[in-house]
Write a protein that binds this ligand. Structure first.
Ligand SMILES: *[C@@H]1O[C@H](CO)[C@@H](O)[C@H](O)[C@H]1NC(C)=O
Ligand SMILES: *[C@@H]1O[C@H](CO)[C@@H](O)[C@H](O)[C@H]1NC(C)=O
Ligand SMILES: *[C@@H]1O[C@H](CO)[C@@H](O)[C@H](O)[C@H]1NC(C)=O
Ligand SMILES: *[C@@H]1O[C@H](CO)[C@@H](O)[C@H](O)[C@H]1NC(C)=O
Ligand SMILES: *[C@@H]1O[C@H](CO)[C@@H](O)[C@H](O)[C@H]1NC(C)=O
Ligand SMILES: *[C@@H]1O[C@H](CO)[C@@H](O)[C@H](O)[C@H]1NC(C)=O
Length: 851
């Protein structure tokens, strides 16, 4: 059974002596169907023809359509097409483990519509894919392209045969591939204890074939292949999307000057960036004790997984400071009575390590997720009640079985909707190429994910609707906005299905808005008017209608769709659907019940927002912007950050909106985006004027203005004031310098802001307004500082009040301070020590001077 050491099903028999020249350990990047060249990451790809065992049964073809979301032209824009079974034979070293990666870009290549392509792929005898449809898989993931990664166990062969077999179940089908990578993988695998067995047993992973399911830099940033450790070209995604539940903890980062010590571990295990960032729980131990920090990953059922957790203690240098329990699918991996203490493994702070676990889903009938729970352990009376995780990888373990998984299933509703979309008159279509529609890359969604479980829809053929003569293709959006906020747990699937972007007819839109009745207008943007509307007999929506005569409007419309389709985050506004019909283009969003941030601070003041609420809204917006800057494949610059583009839902959750001016960038080569000046006066980066350059620091500047608006309750520009006061940015900076900031604070907030909190907040805002972009903090630092400011405020608030039992709140940064002056008896020693010590640690980590 599983407890036994499985011997891998090695590539048997077919191992021919093929190549006697010395095979180098250099990575091999094969550009299938083309001549090769350098990709955007600077990696060199080579022509594939010489690796084909026969020149007969394949063709090469170029993609008809360039999806702007591709990270690189190479290897995606060309494909090798196989009408019948064909084999690549690559030289490799015997006895070495290899990463094998496939790149798929579902498009139309020559006359081949990839939506008709179903095929099997095997590496030697190991089945990797079966009846595989790259189009369906990408669609379900809303990815423009797909990378599948496998790790092949060492074998005696000095060649690797990769066989593509078009599915026999379809008459007119074919196989295709855009790129193949073969990278020697150092010896990073050993044995992993099986979790959930009463008797201790281990799985020997070193002899197994694996498929990568997830690879996450917990609490950190997206790491592209060229920044990976050891030249292994792995991609590390952010963890936000997988966090589950109300408690999201804090992301922390070690001081840049600290070098991570890898001890006796290979430096290729994971990049330093993985170990120098982490997610921890909030400051308040008593609350932490009652909660879990939880990540949920969807996987295929009935197979074993290797879960690797990366750790590096960044805050404490002594044993018994942070002890915690680790559970996988509710089984103890490391837990009481022997909880994890990272220092016990590494002896020192800033030393990297990892722990492997094997989790067998065969025993958990039908389980289709891996849930990682961390919670503090109290039994050894540690100094703090907290947890920490730096990185996580999940691999499917073959154990002699096929690694293939089925394609996503189609839901009736989705198919119907799709057909409706196909039969509609194509008002804006200038071209009628048939092409597979690819959604877009969800920056956070790991491209490896097996999506068999997601119920998404798909049709074999779709039209590309072109918008205007100058713009690239029109990308319908099948992603949905809920994903970022509501996590990938199974309970969410139905919501996901319901929330899918849909096509609206113009009749529906007119009905929803009472024929665009002026009384329903709730805003006007560069793009056109925004109407309030009601669909499905009750759901409130906001509908943006493009000004049909404006080419600019069309461009912004498209940018907005492209942005929102690739971005999903709790703090970004969500798109429900769109309409392009009867000469109209409309975008349909979630209705933000509480309107704009601005109207709650000064314009037609609807409410007297408390300081804490304002802080929380600023934090939410900062989180959304931080995600834009770092969470996606590209840096995305919003370009129009202002208080009217921060919307509030009915629960006061801040959502950044209006992506019409957004740009992806900075350009890989230039480090900036150069454009005509746009955006809003009063918020514009001075550097932008001087150099016509736009970086993500331009958003940081605008956000600094937003922070002062929140504090001072006045517009960014007020021409009716004396000259030196017209610009809020200038005025606030000068007051801060003179030490008179108190005088310009919103009178409603007088004496309600904790002085320490104010200092932190104002200091952060001032930093954001630095004249030079380079002096401004990154959005991540801003977020940090604001979270810290909020904690200072909460600490101050709760030390004044009594009776607060420290209920858990659902705000991201964590939890309310349970400490209260009158109640020292209930384990509060911890909290008392904790607040003090933590402040020191936090202020060191936070690095308010920016980088
Ligand atoms: C697909 O083809 C395989 C092999 O030709 C066959 O065994 C299988 O029954 C077919 N499946 C369907 C659904 O037609
Ligand atoms: C690394 O060192 C630790 C003790 O210092 C030891 O337990 C562990 O087995 C070593 N690991 C390897 C891969 O050598
Ligand atoms: C924390 O996780 C463990 C293991 O999955 C679970 O048994 C427990 O109920 C969780 N606690 C909370 C508060 O979610
Ligand atoms: C997790 O385990 C605990 C105790 O072992 C049990 O009470 C609880 O019901 C389990 N939760 C789930 C979701 O299986
Ligand atoms: C997984 O195993 C369970 C229980 O043995 C079974 O009911 C289910 O059909 C299996 N699922 C798949 C996809 O094989
Ligand atoms: C192949 O995949 C398609 C799409 O998911 C599915 O409809 C079909 O049943 C599958 N065929 C086989 C033989 O598994």
């Amino acid at each position: 059974m599983k407890m036994m050491k499985y011997l891998a099903n090695l590539i048997a028999g077919v191992c021919l002596i093929f190549n006697l020249i010395l095979v180098s350990s250099q990575p091999l990047f094969v550009d299938c169907g083309s001549k090769g060249g350098k990709d955007e990451y600077g990696r060199t790809w080579v022509e594939d023809a010489k690796y084909l065992t026969s020149s007969k049964n394949s063709e090469q073809a170029g993609a008809q359509h360039h999806n702007p979301l591709l990270p690189s032209t190479l290897p995606y824009m060309n494909a090798r097409i196989f009408k019948s079974q064909a084999t690549y034979k690559f030289p490799k070293k015997a006895k070495e483990r290899y990463f094998l990666r496939f790149h798929f870009y579902p498009s139309t290549f020559g006359n081949y519509d990839v939506s008709k392509s179903y095929f099997a792929v095997a590496a030697g005898e190991i089945p990797l894919m079966n009846n595989f449809s790259a189009a369906i898989t990408c669609r379900a993931l809303t990815q423009a392209y797909l990378v599948r990664e496998y790790s092949l166990a060492p074998s005696d062969c000095d060649s690797l045969e990769i066989t593509f077999t078009p599915s026999t179940n379809y008459s007119d089908t074919f196989a295709f591939v855009n790129g193949i990578e073969l990278v020697v993988m150092p010896n990073l695998l050993g044995t992993a204890p099986m979790v959930g067995y009463r008797s201790w047993s281990v799985l020997d992973v070193a002899t197994e074939n694996l498929q990568t399911m997830y690879r996450v830099n917990v609490g950190g940033q997206f790491i592209p292949p060229n920044k990976d450790a050891g030249g292994l070209s792995r991609t590390w995604y952010i963890d936000d999307t997988y966090l589950n539940g109300a408690v999201q903890g804090l992301s922390i980062q070690s001081d840049k000057t600290i070098k991570i010590d890898y001890g006796n571990m290979s430096t290729a295990t994971a990049p330093e960036d993985v170990y120098s960032t982490a997610r921890v729980m909030g400051k308040f131990g008593k609350v932490n004790l009652q909660t879990n920090l939880t990540w949920v990953f969807r996987v295929d059922p009935n197979i074993t997984y290797l879960v690797r957790l990366h750790f590096c203690e960044l805050q404490f240098d002594k044993l018994n400071n942070r002890m915690f329990n680790i559970y996988l699918n509710n089984h103890s991996a490391i837990a009481d009575p022997y909880p994890a203490d990272i220092l016990a493994w590494t002896n020192q702070k800033d030393v990297a390590t990892y722990k492997d676990f094997a989790l067998d889903l065969n025993d958990e009938s039908g389980h289709e997720q891996i849930r990682v729970d961390l919670n503090p352990s109290a039994i050894h009376n540690p100094r703090y009640y907290n947890v920490l995780l730096n990185g996580l990888e999940i691999f499917k373990v073959s154990e002699g079985r096929s690694l293939a998984s089925p394609n996503p299933e189609l839901s009736d509703m989705m198919i119907q909707e799709d057909q409706v979309a196909m039969n509609k008159p194509k008002t804006f279509s200038k071209s009628s190429d048939n092409i597979v529609v690819v959604g877009a890359t969800g920056g956070a969604a790991a491209a490896f994910v097996v999506v068999a479980l997601l119920a998404f829809f798909y049709t074999k053929k779709r039209k590309v609707h072109r918008v205007g003569p100058h713009t690239s293709s029109w990308l319908p959006v099948y992603g949905n906005s809920n994903v970022g906020g509501s996590r990938s747990n199974s309970a969410h699937l139905s919501a996901l299905a319901q929330g899918l972007s849909r096509h609206f007819s113009i009749a529906e839109i007119k009905q929803a808005t009472n024929n665009f009745d002026e009384s329903n207008v709730i805003g006007v943007g560069g793009f056109g008017k925004v109407y309030k509307g009601v669909i499905n007999g009750g759901t409130k929506v906001a509908i943006k209608r493009s000004n049909p005569s404006s080419e600019q409007g069309i461009n912004e419309f498209q940018t907005e769709i492209e942005m929102l389709s690739k971005l999903r985050h709790k703090h970004l506004v969500s798109l429900i659907g769109f309409c392009e019909d009867g000469g109209e283009m409309c975008l349909v969003y979630d209705y933000m019940a509480l309107g704009t941030f601005r109207e709650h601070i000064y314009n037609n003041k609807k409410s007297n927002l408390s300081w804490k609420k304002r802080l929380e809204i600023c934090i939410g917006a900062a989180r959304g912007l931080h995600y834009l800057h770092t969470g996606a494949q590209y840096t995305i610059i919003h370009r129009d950050v202002k208080t009217t583009n921060i919307l509030l839902d009915e629960k006061w959750v801040a959502k950044v909106s209006d992506f019409g001016l957004s740009k992806t960038g900075p350009d890989m080569n230039q480090g900036h985006v150069s454009t005509v000046v746009k955006g809003s006066f009063g918020y514009l980066d001075p550097e932008y004027f001087r150099r016509q350059q736009l970086t993500e620091k331009s958003d940081v500047y605008s956000f600094g203005v937003v922070l002062f608006e929140a504090l001072c309750a006045r517009p960014a520009l007020n021409p009716s004031l004396p000259k030196e006061q017209v610009s809020l940015a200038d005025w606030a900076l000068s007051c801060h310098k003179k030490g008179t900031l108190d005088d310009i604070i919103d009178p409603h907030l007088k004496d309600k802001i904790d002085p320490e909190c104010l200092k932190k907040f104002a200091g952060t805002a001032v930093k954001c307004l630095s004249d030079q972009g380079i002096d401004r903090p990154h959005m991540g630092d801003v977020l940090w500082n604001l979270e810290f400011a909020l904690q200072l405020q909460e600490t101050a608030d709760s030390s004044g009040s009594s009776g607060d039992q420290g209920s858990v709140r659902s705000r991201d940064a964590s939890v309310r301070n349970p400490r209260e002056s009158g109640n020292l008896s209930v384990g509060s020693e911890h909290e008392l020590n904790e607040s003090k010590d933590d402040s020191v640690i936090f202020s060191q980590l936070v690095n308010p001077t920016g980088r």
